[in-house]
Design a protein around this ligand. Structure first.
Ligand code: AHR
Length: 631
């Protein structure tokens, strides 16, 4: 390879590598959102779903939160040997860790009443074992919030929560909640720490939310409505989840969206990670898989409230306290703006109904917020064909970026290293918003798929003048409740594992550089075609660390000698040693698992640099990142 050291090319956008979050695979409720109680507000269609009841428990309907009106009444069982109570099963159980504290809270009313709260092991030796317990006195006939902190003495993946009436009389309970005290940044109504850490560790430049298909909804009334996801958490209404059903016809009847982790929390998370927030709003169309259904389309002349939702969202993120939505953000705890720069309209839509509607959003957003960057979509590309129809439409509408999705097999990734080499340099930029190699390996998140993603991303990086963002999808998956795979991060109730694809995205995120540097291979400009001896490569300069970073992906089955020569260094002198980070597995079908999370992780070594040249070898089936500093 020859690095044209003095010819700095396109700037690499700080947003280049990031994350795409969607509530799929129990990614939010039961996942990133640390709430441990399922159906805490008794609003699931089956009001007691997730709960077992004992004695006299009834569902009532005139609770203190108008958007979540249901609650339960615990009444005296009327017999000394009977008890009244209820038990929550959590999301595939309630994960408890030894010596960790859990904050139980509940809205309640009752006159001089008591409840007993227990963390239990429901399956211990055939009988229930109480792990921790405490009493709460309910001392008001008005609705009030009560709290109790319990410490678990043991680690248990599938605990339950029990509440008993511990007095004679009636107690009403609403919004029954249990959170680990130790959430991300110790926030109440917080997020699961290990999962946020796995996201933040990659230094994401952009964070897209809330989806995906859930932006659209199975039917239009099920669409994600951000206004329902802000304000007091107790009064955010339940929404169904498009991922209640999967394409394989599996059915998760308890999969709903509580909006507990809503847009405020998602903006805050973006800020915590230093990522640009990128919310997507509904364009007036339900999920594209429903497009023949008339219920899927909002007539073009009835889009006003949808457009207003988009405008109000920008006000929520950026408006000052004199504005309606800026005021709400400030009241929620964030007086400073979130500094929103990007907004996506529509997700993965097919056909002419999309640009017809998008046009009105673009006009309104441009008029009110001329600097806002608008992201359109080029369709799902599900047959592996490019969407010839939608790209020209996006150009006509002059959106700033186009969201492209590709869940494609290995040969597609192998052939697409040059995908962006000939893209129109004058049109909208690309947001590779959902990519994942769906390989034919024995495992879904196997190493070989991630190696081909690494190869593909060299082409993304070489074309940084066209591609501004790239995010893998889906992001999170519960091992006991997934609807889609592969995924970037898997978890159960206690543990999480970073896939090989996570390591690829992480290596790109930490080595993205600031400018592209031209790279030649055997005298020819590297083009990302698979016939280059199975080698894919890209080079960047990183201004803050004054370092050249060369990435080489060897997809072939043999180790290959590689020399990297720097041409045009002028007065710059390279350090005598380069750092080399490699990701490799002898078994292409191997994957990281919850039981063996570090099976395939990057290895670091040093390589000698002789003046302006570095001689090394890239192992078979290896992704290598070389960092060569200038002294
Ligand atoms: O990532 C899973 C789904 O894939 C997304 O919701 C959708 O945009 C795409 O079809």
């Amino acid at each position: 390879f020859v690095v044209k050291a003095n010819k700095l090319g396109a700037e690499i956008q700080p947003t280049m590598y990031g994350h795409f979050f969607e509530d799929i695979n129990y990614g939010a409720d039961g996942g990133l959102y640390a709430e441990l109680v399922k159906n805490r507000s008794f609003e699931f269609p089956n009001r007691l779903q997730g709960w077992k009841t004992f004695g006299k428990v009834s569902v009532q309907e005139d609770g203190p939160f108008d958007k979540n009106p249901h609650y339960v009444r615990l009444s005296s069982p009327g017999h000394a040997h009977k008890r009244t109570g209820l038990e929550n099963e959590g999301f595939f159980g309630i994960g408890l860790k030894a010596n960790e504290k859990y904050r139980f809270s509940v809205w309640a009313k009752g006159n001089a009443q008591k409840i007993l709260v227990e963390l239990i092991d429901p399956y211990s030796m055939g009988e229930t074992q109480v792990l921790a317990s405490g009493k709460i006195e309910i001392n008001s006939s008005e609705w009030k919030k009560y709290e109790l902190v319990l410490t678990s003495p043991v680690t248990l993946e599938e605990g339950h929560l029990r509440i008993f009436l511990a007095s004679e009389g009636n107690v009403d309970l609403e919004h029954v909640s249990l959170f680990p005290v130790d959430t991300w940044k110790g926030r109440e109504n917080g997020l699961r720490k290990d999962l946020v850490q796995a996201l933040a560790d990659t230094k994401p430049g952009v964070f897209r939310f809330p989806g995906g298909c859930i932006v659209e909804g199975t039917e239009i009334e099920d669409r994600y409505q951000w206004k329902n996801s802000v304000g007091p958490v107790e009064n955010r209404p339940l929404n169904s989840n498009r991922w209640e059903y999967t394409f394989q016809h599996r059915y998760y009847p308890d999969y709903h969206q509580t909006y507990g982790m809503g847009f405020y929390e998602l903006f805050l998370l973006s800020e915590d990670m230093g990522a640009e927030p990128l919310p997507i709003v509904n364009v007036g169309l339900a999920c594209q898989y429903q497009n023949n259904d008339p219920k899927a389309h909002v007539p073009v002349d009835q889009l006003d409230s949808y457009i207003q939702d988009a405008l109000d969202l920008i006000e929520f993120a950026n408006g000052d306290e004199s504005t309606q939505w800026g005021k709400l953000r400030a009241e929620m705890g964030h007086p400073a703006p979130f500094n929103l720069k990007f907004i996506g309209v529509g997700n993965e839509q097919w056909g002419p109904e999309y640009p017809e509607r998008l046009k009105y959003f673009v006009d309104a957003i441009r008029k009110a917020y001329p600097d806002m960057k608008i992201i359109g979509s080029s369709g799902p590309n599900s047959e592996g064909k490019d969407f010839d129809y939608l790209w020209p439409e996006m150009k006509k509408l002059k959106v700033d970026l186009v969201d492209e999705h590709f869940y494609r097999p290995e040969d597609w990734f192998l052939k697409s290293g040059n995908r962006y080499d000939n893209y129109d340099r004058k049109g909208p930029k690309v947001f590779a918003g959902e990519y994942a190699c769906h390989g034919k390996g024995k495992k879904w998140n196997h190493f070989h798929a991630s190696l081909l993603e690494a190869a593909f991303l060299t082409g993304v990086e070489r074309n940084a003048d066209v591609v501004y963002m790239a995010t893998y999808a889906p992001l999170l998956a519960h091992v006991k409740g997934w609807q889609w795979r592969p995924d970037l991060i898997w978890f159960d109730n206690l543990r999480s594992v970073r896939s090989c694809s996570w390591h690829v995205q992480n290596l790109y995120g930490h080595n993205k550089g600031t400018q592209v540097v031209p790279l030649l291979m055997d005298g020819k400009v590297v083009s990302g075609q698979a016939d280059q001896n199975g080698l894919f490569a890209s080079a960047v300069w990183d201004e803050p660390t004054k370092t050249y970073i060369v990435k080489v992906v060897n997809v072939s089955d043999k180790a290959q000698p590689v020399s990297i020569e720097f041409d045009g260094l002028k007065k710059k002198k390279l350090a005598g040693q380069a750092t080399c980070i490699t990701l490799h597995s002898d078994d292409p079908d191997a994957e990281n698992t919850l039981d063996n999370p570090d099976m395939i992780v990057p290895q670091e070594s040093q390589v000698a640099v002789d003046g302006e040249t570095m001689q090394t070898e890239v192992g078979a089936q290896t992704f290598a990142v070389y960092r060569i500093a200038v002294q």
